[in-house]
Design a protein around this ligand. Structure first.
Ligand code: NAD
Ligand code: TYD
Length: 361
């Protein structure tokens, strides 16, 4: 039975990945989820699997060497899937320090503890041990509005925000471990994800939540920045394929050729909400384009991201399975059915964050 150590499994992508893995492998695998439960970590995301005999949650910070080393000492870990990170660009612009601590130092601790547990006396590594570092396309910087320009695995690293710089730094640390020690790892760089359990500081859940409440929909700058959106379960599948079939030491870009301007995304959400809500639902009356409000642009706002997923498609046969029109309906349906989840995460600290972040805009 393979044992997985998943970091950040109580967050958006990590919790979807854990659901995907239990759905796919059932009792054939064991998962240990280590998460510090920051504002972005929520055990409600894992309610339906928390009582499984082959699942364990450990509350710990990845920068805590002793806590992470103890997990490796007490368990024979076969796979590390490293999601834990501070993940929101706007927060990184306001407060970069915690991004360096978690994303850079935290990754160094994870690498060091895995190396200590897996290394043999001759400097080689125990067989069939693998570390997957989950990263972002934002490390490649920003593309021009040229439809032929894409991010490839060979594109130069050129991050702009404190978030993407901290992720690029962590990617380089993983590369250093692979180059120096032949440490058995892969790096994946994925485009923007959307789907269930995404915290409403990110564009898609924020727009769904605000529209349902008849609140303004804040659009940064001219609204024409482009992101390449991927349904989160397609990302989960890609991570598993890279870890099981990918070539060790390789980097794989993950994306589904689904580039859209932010303003297009907002219009699709408004149209889909109106299609899905029955006329009798009072929320439908206030959903319209007048809610769209152009606000001060994000500092250093990257113009366009677009992944060339050729390598993962050609080498591993991975293809996204969820078209955006279907994925956005699944996502909206999930938020309809989980109003309490949204209420819980948007009370308290979130209100303060929202007021601070959007007050000056
Ligand atoms: P998220 O913010 O939703 O979740 C992050 C999780 O990490 C939370 O559960 C949080 O509690 C935990 N965490 C934070 N600091 C920690 C610490 N010091 N120790 C232990 N746990 C800690 O993020 P997400 O959107 O799920 O992203 C997961 C990973 O995927 C990140 O590494 C991110 O860079 C990467 N990624 C995200 C996207 C995206 O669109 N969201 C795209 C590509 C890559
Ligand atoms: P976000 O979801 O924060 O992801 P990232 O910055 O990592 O790509 O933002 C996606 C895009 O939406 C980005 O171009 C910024 C823009 N945006 C808005 O226009 N308004 C908002 O309120 C937010 C949160 C984002």
């Amino acid at each position: 039975m393979r044992t997985y150590l998943v970091t950040g499994g109580a967050g958006f992508i990590g919790s979807n990945y854990i659901h995907y893995m239990f759905e796919k492998y059932g009792d054939e695998i064991r998962i240990i989820n280590v998460d510090a439960l920051t504002y972005a970590g929520n055990l409600e995301n894992l309610k339906d699997i928390e009582n499984r005999a082959n699942y364990t949650f450990v509350k710990a910070d990845i920068t805590d060497k002793d806590a992470i080393a103890a997990i490796f000492e007490n368990n024979d870990i076969d796979r590390v899937v490293h999601f834990a990170a501070e993940s929101h660009v706007d927060r990184s612009i306001k407060n970069p320090e915690v991004f360096v601590k978690t994303n850079v130092l935290g990754t160094a601790v994870m690498l060091n503890c895995a190396k200590a547990a897996w290394e043999l006396p001759d400097g080689s590594f125990k067989e069939n041990k693998k570390f997957l570092h989950v990263s972002t396309d934002e490390v490649y910087g920003s593309l021009p509005d040229d439809p032929d320009a894409y991010f490839y695995e060979t594109s130069p690293i050129d991050p702009h925000s404190p978030y993407s710089s901290s992720k690029a730094s962590s990617d380089l640390l993983v590369k250093a471990y692979m180059d120096t020690y032949k440490f058995p790892a892969n790096i994946t760089n994925c485009s923007n994800n959307y789907g269930p359990y995404q915290f409403p500081e990110k564009l898609i859940p924020l727009i769904i939540n605000n529209a349902l409440q008849g609140k303004k929909l804040p659009v940064y700058g001219d609204g024409k920045n482009v992101r390449d959106w991927l349904y989160v379960m397609d990302h989960a599948k890609a991570i598993d394929m890279v870890q099981e079939q990918g070539k060790l030491f390789e980097r794989y870009n993950i994306g589904g050729h689904n580039e859209k301007q932010n303003i297009e995304i907002i219009e699709i959400i408004l149209d889909t909400l109106c299609e899905m809500l029955p006329d009798s639902d009072p929320r439908k009356a206030h959903i319209n384009r007048e809610l769209i409000t152009y606000v001060t642009d994000r500092k250093g706002h990257d113009r366009r991201y677009a992944i060339a997923p050729d390598k993962i498609r050609e080498d591993l046969g991975w293809e996204p399975e969820t078209m955006f029109k279907d994925g956005i309906r699944l996502t909206i349906q999930w938020y309809f059915e989980n109003e309490d989840w949204m209420k819980n995460v948007t009370s308290g600290d979130y209100q303060k964050y929202y007021n601070d972040m959007y007050a000056g805009r």
